[in-house]
Design a protein around this ligand. Structure first.
Ligand code: SAM
Length: 284
């Protein structure tokens, strides 16, 4: 990582001394100015020095401020649960207009941001996570955002097929998931603000999660499920899912994100209720 030139530190010091401890984290003066503005706006004045020390130790801003805007929701964030990302927000905004009055399963729900984004579609939504602290936060977010659609939460390990998982997913029409998808070798290279503060359980994973989504959630419900969208971290994960569902004759495509990365694998049943062809950036 290139060093920050001393002239930038001097400029920060002249502009506002509180920018200096933020510079090594944000790596640019404009980034430090933006973060200081947010901290001044959101953190009560007596707590500002504490907040700046926390941030200078690479604690993510969302854990300091306590929440993160996500579409029209305000999502409470707490350590132990992944902070919702703009990439996820982006694909949900694209997919939401296609969804109405269905049973949705959001596997690996975390803060509940994905599940709760489908509020207002008249759907019956179930968010699943292995971690009960995530489910408590998701329930809080449901109440604080006054989400009125039917939303339930269930603790299940999607990697293991159990009667509970079977019962929860029965009758699903649309399956969504942002599973842990960062392979271990890549995880070790992540920024320290992610690695030191966000839960490894939410981040590290690979093809085993896509196998579980297809074998444990989709395949037992092929008679009711008409579509899925799974967030991915690389094109290999897209190809893997494509190959798994090919034998069922499903259509498969993918979405890119606005930073130019492969972001979601999308599947839909021919003659089912969803036609995601128009949604996809590429269809196989
Ligand atoms: C990448 S985070 C996604 C959180 C949220 N959906 C979002 O988009 O911000 C993955 C989530 O999967 C959960 N998880 C990890 N292993 C799991 C498993 N075996 N079964 C169910 N959930 C799991 C983690 O607790 C974490 O909340």
């Amino acid at each position: 990582m290139p060093r920050i030139p001393p002239s930038v530190f001097r400029q920060a010091l002249r502009t506002d001394p509180l920018l200096v401890p933020l510079l090594p984290v944000t790596r640019s003066l404009s980034g430090a100015q933006a973060e200081l503005r947010w901290l001044r706006k959101e953190v009560p004045k007596p707590k500002l020095p504490w907040a700046i020390v926390q941030r200078s130790n690479y604690r993510p801003l969302q854990y300091i401020l306590g929440d993160q805007p996500f579409l029209d929701l305000s999502i409470k964030c707490a350590e132990g649960t992944l902070i919702p990302r703009w990439e996820t927000e982006e694909w949900i905004a694209r997919i939401k207009p296609f969804i109405s009055n269905v049973k949705i399963i959001d596997a690996c729900t975390g803060t509940g941001c994905v599940a709760l984004s489908f509020n207002g579609t008249g759907s019956n939504i179930v968010g699943i996570d292995i971690d009960t602290s995530c489910l408590s936060l998701a329930k809080f977010n449901q109440q604080s955002n006054r989400c009125d659609d039917i939303v339930h939460w269930a603790q299940c390990d999607i990697l293991n097929w159990t009667d509970d998982l079977h019962h929860v997913c029965k009758g699903v029409n649309f399956l969504v998931s942002n599973p842990p998808y960062i392979p271990w070798e890549e995880y070790t290279k992540l920024d320290r603000s992610v690695k030191n503060f966000e839960p490894q359980l939410a981040l590290v994973g690979d093809l085993e999660f896509y196998n579980a989504l297809v074998h444990n959630l989709l395949e037992p419900n092929l008679n009711t499920c008409d579509g899925f969208v799974f967030e991915v971290g690389n094109v290999n994960q897209i190809h893997h899912v494509r190959d798994l569902v090919k034998k069922h004759g499903w259509n498969v495509g993918y979405l890119m994100d606005s930073a130019g990365y492969h972001r979601c694998v999308v599947g839909w049943k021919p003659d089912g209720r969803f036609d995601f062809k128009k949604l996809c950036d590429f269809v196989y």
